[in-house]
Design a protein around this ligand. Structure first.
Ligand SMILES: Cc1cc2nc3c(=O)[nH]c(=O)nc-3n(C[C@H](O)[C@H](O)[C@H](O)COP(=O)(O)OP(=O)(O)OC[C@H]3O[C@@H](n4cnc5c(N)ncnc54)[C@H](O)[C@@H]3O)c2cc1C
Length: 465
């Protein structure tokens, strides 16, 4: 039996395991899915138990399988026949879908294939000698050997924002991990909270606070104070706008690409098509556009266009956007545009000092808790994950040149410190952002997990032959 270890049971780990189970190989496979969270629950995104945490993609576009676009919708309609392609459903429900999908893959596995699930945190991987198996070591002392390892560890907590005195970050008033289950526990419901970041993670936390009955002010701050655009409400997943026929000849620069995109949005508006459809129409081409840009262009994009792109591309579900609007209109949620200069613990509160965008004197806000909502960390050197750090130290993984993720070959193999592909170590999911840019949501990740599983199955078949 050949062993494949899949580390992480979020969307990408579950889908990779499900595909491997179904693909026949000459020697049976033992797929070991290892997840550190006791509830093998679909990862950071779909492990939430909050019913107000809503998918930010309509149900009709959330199928886990490229070849079967209505797979999720059909499953959801068994739960409730009123669900439509345009419905924005709870993320917890999607977690149940992933669990069912894995059970189904086990029930229909190729002859001899088996799935073993382990709850535990992988802390270290011993390097295989030549083509031998890798030894995977868990924090509780257990270990196992695997012929191939898939790193599906997904979204790591955000990095600490730079401030004058970072010693604040060791204080209990600060929470680096916005997805920790206790994130809104033990709060005084009347006292202010400060959220750093104004994107979708901030939306999640503000919604959690509101649901928990928090009545005090909620402050949120980011450099520009941009918040995500909202999806439109419609019964069906919106009809697609056609892929632009000339997209392969768009200028190979960030600025040129955005000019072409703006021109297309204007043309679509003339045809009474919403800009959202245009953004969706170029979605499948985003990795190719990104790969055409040189390093300077990518840096320009990250510096000047990223915030604008992300708020238009990663939109909020209508229900989430409405809750945020309500919190803003009632005066409870305040969005600030500015740069955090320092945070200090005064003994009774965390005092945030920030420079408002544009002119004006610095401002101070006192809060009982500071929650970092700046978005997942993808630089492996800064990741709050002992396994990632150990692989960086051993040189088996490296950061890509812009530190957006882990450097990989086009097939998804890790590239080591010496610039060689690591034949036993595949990377899947958000950590491949450096080479693919948009590699974070289900519509992209489903194809990637299928391709990875097919490549692994054929490599294992070749190795056993
Ligand atoms: C809050 C949030 C909401 C999102 N909502 C949507 C959405 O509505 N629609 C959409 O298309 N996309 C959404 N996304 C994008 C999301 O990144 C992908 O859809 C997808 O969930 C990524 O899955 P993943 O398995 O790669 O990562 P993750 O979901 O982060 O899963 C990784 C798993 O690996 C485990 N792990 C990490 N290290 C170890 C270790 N050393 N040992 C053992 N286990 C380990 C973690 O505990 C975790 O369960 C959302 C992302 C976030 C953060």
């Amino acid at each position: 039996m050949q062993v494949v270890a899949v580390i992480g049971a979020g969307f990408t780990g579950i889908l990779t395991a499900a595909w491997l189970l179904r693909l026949p190989t000459p020697q049976p496979l033992r797929i070991v899915l290892i997840e550190r969270l006791a509830r093998q629950a679909g990862g950071v995104a779909y492990g939430t138990t909050c019913r107000q945490h809503i998918l930010n993609v309509p149900a009709g576009r959330m199928s886990a399988y490229t070849h079967d676009p209505d797979h999720f919708l059909r499953w959801a309609q068994l739960v409730h026949p009123s669900f439509k392609g345009g419905s924005f459903l709870p993320r917890a429900l999607y977690g149940n879908y992933l669990r069912d999908l894995l059970e189904d893959a086990v029930a229909h596995a190729a002859p001899g294939h088996q799935l073993d699930r382990i709850t535990g945190e992988v802390q270290h991987i011993d390097v295989p000698p030549a083509t031998g198996p890798a030894t995977i070591r868990l924090s509780d002392g257990r270990s196992l050997e695997a012929r191939a390892v898939v790193l599906a560890v997904g979204n790591c907590p955000p990095r600490d924002p730079p401030i004058a005195d970072p010693s604040f970050y060791s204080r209990p008033r600060y929470r680096r991990d916005p997805w920790h289950p206790s994130i809104v526990e033990n709060l005084d419901p009347a006292q202010p909270i400060m959220l750093i970041g104004t994107g979708l993670t901030m939306y999640d936390i503000a919604i959690l606070l509101s649901q928990a009955g928090h009545a005090g002010p909620i402050h949120a701050i980011s450099r520009r104070g941009f918040t995500p655009q909202a999806h439109r409400t419609s019964a069906h997943a919106p009809h697609g706008y056609p892929r632009p026929a000339d997209i392969d000849t768009w200028p190979a620069t960030a600025l040129g690409t955005f000019k072409a995109l703006r021109a297309l949005v204007r043309k679509a508006a003339g045809e009474r098509v919403d800009w959202r459809e245009v953004v969706t129409a170029i979605r499948a081409d985003t990795p190719a556009l990104w790969q055409r840009w040189d390093r300077r262009s990518r840096e320009q994009f990250l510096r000047h266009l990223r915030a604008f792109w992300e708020t238009h591309r990663h939109r909020a579900a209508p229900e989430a956007a409405a809750t945020i609007q309500r919190l803003r209109s009632s005066g409870q949620l305040h969005i600030h545009a500015g740069r955090v200069i320092n945070i200090e613990d005064t003994g009774t509160a965390a005092r945030v000092t920030f420079q408002p965008r544009g002119a004006g004197p610095v401002r101070h806000i006192d809060a009982q808790r500071i929650i970092n909502c700046t978005g997942p960390e993808s630089d492996p050197r800064l990741a709050d994950n002992p396994l990632i750090r150990s692989l960086v130290t051993s040189g088996h993984i490296t950061a890509d040149p812009l530190a957006l993720g882990i450097q990989t070959t086009p097939e998804g193999l890790a590239i080591d410190r010496a610039g060689r592909p690591v034949p036993w170590l595949s990377i899947v999911g958000p950590f491949r952002k450096g080479s693919l840019w948009e590699n974070t949501a289900v519509p992209e990740l489903r194809g990637e997990t299928e391709q990875l599983a097919r490549r692994l199955a054929s490599e294992l078949a070749a190795a056993s032959g």
